[in-house]
Structures are given as C-alpha cells and as structure tokens.
Write a protein that binds this ligand. Structure first.
Ligand SMILES: [Zn+2]
Ligand SMILES: [Zn+2]
Length: 417
C-alpha cells in the first residue's frame, strides 16, 4: 500500500521515535477578509513526533465548542487513503470564514473540529492512486477542488467541480465518510476538506495545488483563499483594459486583492468604496486612487460614481456581501460596456433588484467563485505572478503569531470586525 509511505521531510518525524521531543520552527500567518490585517512572527513549540504504523501523533488546534478558545492538542492523524495526500503544514493563515464557522451562529455546529483553510505545506505521503504528487512537493491546499473529470472540470469556463466543490457541512473525508483525525479514538471533524490548523493534515488530491518549490510558503499561503478570490474576480472575470476605471466595493482583504488585480491590469483610476474611512490609507498601497464613503453623500453611491467618471466606471467588483453594495456596484458601471462582478456572499433572504433598463442599456452583471481559478490548473501560475514580482503579497500580511498562540489571531480578527 502506497499509503504506508511515511518518510517525512523532517528528520524529527522520521523513524520509530517514541515521543521524541523536538524543537520546531513554524510560522502562523493570519489574514482576514474584512479587517485586512495579517500578522506574522517566528515561533517555536515542542511537539511529540510519534510514528506507529503510519499514524502520526501531532499538534493541532482543536475547536471543542463554538466560540471557545482553540486548544492545542496531541492528535493522531491517519495515513492517507486512496486519492488522498498527507501534508505537513508549515504556514497557515486565518480567514473570516474560519471565524464564522467557529462562532457557529448561523449554521449547524459541528464540533470538535480542526479549522483552517489557507496554508502552505509539503507533501509527506500519498495514498493509492495518487500519481501527480509525491513526498516533498510544495503545495497549497484549497477549500474547493478540481477532480479533472466532471463536466465542470472539463469545461474551460468553470471551476465549480461537482465532486470537490466547497462543502462546509461535511466534516469527514469523501471516500469513506470518516475523519482522519482522532484523540484517543474520538474522531475530530475536518473543515472544508483542509483543516490546516494542524502540523499535519489529510486532503483529497484534487484539493491540492502543486507549486514552485522556490516560492516562500509563508507568503504564498495566503493564495489558498481570499487573495486569489479577489485577484481572479478582477483579472479573470471583470478583465479591465489598460487605462480603464474600476470601482471596488469593500476594502477588506478580498477587495484589496481585487484592487491589486486592477493595478496589475493597468487601470488608470481605482475607486475604493467603503463605509470605513480608516481603510483608505491602507488601500493606497494596493493602487486605490480615490475613495468614496457612501455615508458622506445624501444620494446613492452609484450616482456619485457616475458623476465622478462621466457616466460610470468601466468595471466594478463587489466584495462586501451587502445586497445594497451589490446593486450599487451594478448600477455604477457605464452603459454600453460596463461589467460588474459580484464576489461577496449575501444573506440567505436577499434579493437583487434593479430596473431591467439597466441591463438593456448594455451593462453586464457577473458573479464568481474563487476568482474563477481552477485550483490545481491555475494556482501555480498565480504563484508565478508573485515570483515574477508582478503580484505583491507582503503588503497583505500585517501580523505574525506563533501557532501556539493561535487564539490571539482570532482575537485580532474579532477586534477588527
Ligand atoms: Zn477563506
Ligand atoms: Zn471536477
């Protein structure tokens, strides 16, 4: 069984050591959708590397209950089964989606669970049938997948894989409906197929993008989710031409990544729209040239933008999830050619309302999921954009905290909300 391949990249895990204490260096990077702040710092922590029949005993941050601090626990991680890979996670970041499901205010709670879905790591072992990844490969796990066989994967236009599309309710692996994590026999649930708040995790091979091994994982780990989502919304869907005007609604991490996409595309004016004026200074680093706070005006923001731009912007990207922002983002694009792209996730009962004339006058409304990137096929090229210095990722990272202090990252995020 190839799943018995357990030769790790790290000497501390190799061989039959029983509770060998080792000092390991690891980053914990965190990001957030709304607050747009990441923090990184070096940290050290002790862990117990134990290897019995391919099982690993590792440290993971377990959420036992909704809204309660995570607890660093010694967790057993099973070997990968068919079409699965086991990853050593080196860096992970925190996204608002982790916090949302950890708070479990709007969904059925599923605990105990290991959260985390933005990360960079190295393949440690592969299960049966895995041919395009091998131990040592540098990878980004992704919350949505690409099986390469379904009608979506076969379509050039879609990235919404039938088999591996994001599923926030499932806390187990697809193949056998079981978890690969346990503590004294008690299963610990997975989160969106990634569970990266753990030294090791098991992921379906279709949710793993193999990237350039020279890419620094502490930086490119943020491409697993929000940054690619915003960047792709602009570059793959809105597709602004050089010299065009672009409005970005919402200047959280996703919105700033959308602005970064507009900057890369050569937009001449990038108008940031946000209710929080404090964000404008930060947004300048991402190419935002003008700022509109809807609170400062007594008319709809789409009218303000139309006046600023002689009839409307060429492109707009909405990254807030607010239904009013979505409508404004659509109505602020120029007639004749304007394209608006929706990225934010609305509330359950929201309805989009606009006069049909706005569409008849040749405005286009589009939506996107994960920036239209196919995780396995396209993420490696996004990493290359960073390697070529076209895409800047450092400015998205504002905080670093040790993995052992992961709860601090949650506190930062909650404070910024
Ligand atoms: Zn995310
Ligand atoms: Zn598929």
């Amino acid at each position: 069984m190839s799943s018995s391949n357990t030769a790790g990249q790290d000497d501390t895990f190799r061989g039959i050591h029983t509770f060998k204490h080792s000092l390991s260096k690891q980053y914990y990077v965190f990001s957030c959708f709304r607050a747009m702040s990441y923090l990184c710092l070096w940290f050290f922590f002790f862990f117990l590397g134990q290897l019995i029949d391919g099982w690993k005993c590792i440290a993971a941050a377990v959420a036992w209950e909704a809204g309660k601090p995570l607890v660093i626990e010694e967790v057993e991680v099973a070997p990968p089964k068919a079409m699965e890979v086991r990853l050593k996670i080196l860096f992970t970041s925190l996204c608002h989606t982790d916090v949302y499901f950890w708070e479990a205010k709007g969904q059925t709670p599923l605990f105990p669970r290991i959260f985390g879905h933005e990360a960079g790591g190295i393949v440690e072992s592969v299960g049966e049938g895995v041919t395009d990844l091998k131990p040592g490969d540098h990878v980004l796990p992704v919350f949505t997948g690409e099986c390469k066989e379904c009608q979506h994967c076969k379509s050039e236009e879609s990235n919404m894989c039938d088999l591996l599309r994001i599923n926030t309710d499932r806390g187990v692996m697809l193949s056998d409906g079981k978890s690969r994590f346990s503590i004294n026999g008690q299963p610990i649930y997975h989160f969106v197929g990634t569970s990266t708040f753990s030294e090791y995790t098991v992921v379906h091979v279709g949710c793993v993008a193999k990237i350039n091994p020279a890419a620094p994982l502490d930086k490119v780990c943020v491409l697993s989710c929000g940054i690619s989502t915003g960047l792709g919304a602009t570059l793959n869907v809105a597709k602004p031409k050089k010299g065009s005007t672009v409005a970005i609604f919402g200047l959280g991490a996703v919105g700033l990544a959308a602005a970064e996409g507009a900057r890369i595309a050569g937009a001449s004016r990038i108008i940031g729209v946000d209710l929080n004026a404090k964000r404008f200074d930060e947004a300048k680093k991402f190419g935002v040239t003008e700022f509109v706070n809807p609170k400062d005006h007594d008319k709809p923001v789409q009218e303000v933008i139309a006046e600023m731009t002689g009839g409307g912007v060429d492109r707009s990207v909405e990254c807030t999830g607010s239904i009013n922002a979505m409508i404004s983002a659509f109505e602020c694009v120029h007639d004749g050619w304007g394209i608006a792209v929706l990225v934010g996730v609305p509330n359950k009962d929201d309805a989009f309302k606009t006069h049909p004339m706005n569409i008849l006058n040749e405005r286009t409304l589009k939506g996107t999921f994960f920036g239209n990137y196919k995780p396995r096929s396209d993420l490696p090229s996004v990493v290359e954009r960073y390697m070529n210095k076209e895409l800047e990722l450092e400015k998205f990272i504002t905080h670093e905290v040790p993995f052992s202090e992961i709860n601090k990252a949650f506190e930062f995020m909650l404070k910024e909300k």
